[in-house]
Each structure stands twice: as C-alpha cells, then as structure tokens.
Design a protein around this ligand. Structure first.
Ligand code: 9Z3
Length: 346
C-alpha cells in the first residue's frame, strides 16, 4: 500500500463547474437543503477512485484485521470565489488536532481514514513538515554521506517506527480535499461505505468546515476583474447546509459520531455543544475554544454531562499532547456504543 501517493490533486480547479445555467438554483419540488445541495453541485471527478480505495480499505479491516475504523476529518475547507481559482476564503486550521488524533487512534489499535485538507498536517510527517526548521536542518553530513542530526535522531526513530507500522499493517489511508464541495461529497461517499461496519465505525469530525459558500451556479469562470466591480467587491455567500443530520440519519446511522464545536467566547461553548447534540442527535460533542484548544477541551453528552480534560501547565510546557488524553476517552465511549449495539442485535 502506498497511502502518500495520489494520482490527483484536489487543489486543481474543475474545468466544467463554472456557471452552469442548466442547473436550477431552486428546484420546484420541496426537498431538504442537503439534497438540494447535492442536486445543484457536481461531485469531484476523482470521487470514484476514492470510493474504490476506501471500499478496499474497509473490506480489508472487516475481513482480515478485525480493527475498528475511525474517519478523522482534519483541516480547513476552502470556499473558491472563481472557478479558475485565484481567490478563495479559508480558515485558520492547520490540521493539528486531526493529525495528532489520528496517531493516537493508530496507537490504540484503530484503522484510520484520514480525510484532510491537502497540504495540511499529516500523521507522523507533521513532526517535521511544518516546523520553523527547514527539513534539511534535521540532517548533517558525515564522511560524504547524509545522516540524521544526533539531536533529532532518537525521536525520529520512534516516529519512523510508528509510521512504518501503520503503513505495513495497512492501517492508514490518506484522502485529500481542498474545497468545501469536495469535502462534502467525499464525506458522504466515505460515510456510506463505512456503514458496512455498523457500530464498529467511528466518526471524529475535527475539520473546520466553512459555514458559508458560493454556489457553483453563481461562480464566475475566470478571475474577478476589479474594474467590473467599481473598485469594491461584495460577496453574497449562502449557508452550507447542516450535513451532520444526514450523516447521522441516513449515511451511517449505525456508526458513532463525534463532532467538534469551536467557539471563541467561553460563555456560549456548552450551550452551543448541547444545541448541536439536540439538533443532530449524535453521541458526543467535544467543545474547544480557539484560544485554549491545545490545553483544554470538554466532552459534552446528550444527557447534559460535561467532562473537562486539561493538561497541567507543566504537561503543556513539556509539550505533552492533549489528544493523548482525548483519544482513549473517545474509544471508551465507542466501546460502549458497540456493546449497546451488540446487545440490541442479540
Ligand atoms: C475543531 O473544533 C478543531 O478542534 C479545531 C482544530 C479546528 C479547532 P487545528 O487544526 O484546530 O488543530 O489548528 N473542529 C471543528 C470546527 C467546526 O467547524 N465545527 C463545526 C461548528 O463549530 C461543527 S461540525 O459549527
């Protein structure tokens, strides 16, 4: 298996999705916003390739390894403003939560489908790819040969072993997206395939998904010209439909679903986490604040229970990762979910 090589790039624009007037903006029949979205937006052309890879991965773990599978989503989604995209709206997420969590899921015996923003942080390589060091700083020359600098070699060996173990056991598959449209279509396809695993499927939705987007029907083909807009650009975005309810009710109803709630105002975090649980009827929300997300998070469950997980100042200073505490807890919730399902089917 070669999870790192892909024959396609999600950051390339799709030639034929710009202003397609044959697609009505508002179809006559009353359908849900989510269904309307899929009617009015084209899937990425490479989607069948991804579906094949994911189906093989799921089949392997279902029939051979017996591992539970988690879909980890990670990184921000872009909202292109032009089809041949020069400009797009983005968000802050680097994919730290997702990439770090994926490593701890793998260490705890899960197989991981890592649906991530292309070129954001990846499990294992994250330790080296986006640091302020250039990757060449990790190397040194000894007797006309390149070696790993002694200061980094011990830690790198540990990371390398874990990476090789994940790769050799076929436990990690990397699936990229760039735009919010690619994210939504890929999430739907993967979810429908993961439903085959019933309760052994876990969703851990850490990606920072845009709330607003520019519909394909309104997207210009070419770069927006400043003289055409009188020196001002007013962008009229629409709300991204709430897909979590589709995931929970239709795409993967037997799976356990964990979503993240991000806020910047601490006074509303719990309320917003609770209202997400009421709205989507899933099993767990992990709340976090932008300012403190690497030091503390809160588990919120549908019965209104709040469970804070915190690193001490010392742990934080020692560069301990909060995901090391989060993932075993998520796994124990998932185990309870699996147990309650097997009771139902007995
Ligand atoms: C999160 O809350 C993630 O923990 C972060 C991770 C995006 C804060 P980084 O990549 O950041 O480690 O820098 N993700 C979910 C954000 C989100 O879009 N949630 C939706 C919402 O809050 C619900 S699914 O409405």
């Amino acid at each position: 298996m070669s999870p790192l090589k892909k024959s396609f790039h999600t950051s390339n624009p799709d030639a034929d999705t710009a202003i397609d007037r044959t697609i009505p903006d508002f179809p006559a029949a009353q359908i849900s916003d989510e269904d309307k979205y899929f009617k009015n937006h084209k899937p990425p052309s490479y989607l069948p390739e991804i579906e094949k890879e994911v189906a093989n991965f799921v089949e392997f773990h279902q029939n051979q390894s017996g591992k539970n599978i988690v879909l980890v989503t990670s990184g921000g989604t872009t909202v292109p403003l032009e089809n041949n995209t020069v400009r797009f709206i983005d968000n802050f997420s680097a994919g730290t939560r997702g990439a770090t969590s994926a490593e701890y899921f793998l260490e705890n015996g899960y197989a991981v489908i890592f649906l991530h923003r292309e070129f954001s942080l990846l499990p294992y390589s994250r330790h080296y790819s986006h640091t302020t060091n250039c990757f060449l700083d990790y190397m040194t020359e000894v007797n006309n040969k390149v070696e790993i600098n002694r200061d980094f070699a011990d830690e790198m060996l540990l990371v390398l072993r874990k990476y090789k173990a994940a790769k050799e056991s076929n436990s990690l598959i990397l699936i990229p997206y760039t735009t919010v449209n690619q994210y939504l279509y890929t999430l739907k396809s993967i979810s429908e395939i993961m439903e085959r695993l019933e309760s052994k499927a876990l969703f851990y939705l850490a990606a920072a998904v845009s709330d607003f987007f520019l519909p394909q029907s309104k997207m210009p083909q070419h770069k927006i010209q400043s003289q055409d807009h009188g020196g001002k650009l007013i962008i009229d975005l629409e709300q991204v439909p709430k897909f979590l309810s589709r995931l929970v009710d239709n795409w993967a109803p037997s799976a356990m679903v964990v979503s993240f709630k991000l806020e910047t105002d601490h006074t509303i975090l719990i309320k917003k986490a609770m209202s997400a649980l009421e709205r989507y009827s899933h099993q767990l929300v992990i709340g976090n604040l932008l300012q403190t997300r690497k030091k503390e998070i809160v588990f919120v469950t549908p019965d209104g229970h709040e469970d804070w997980v915190r690193l001490t100042d010392e742990q934080y200073a020692q560069k301990e990762e909060i995901e090391k505490l989060i993932i075993p807890k998520v796994i124990s919730y998932h185990q309870q979910w699996i147990n309650s399902h097997s009771l139902k089917t007995e």
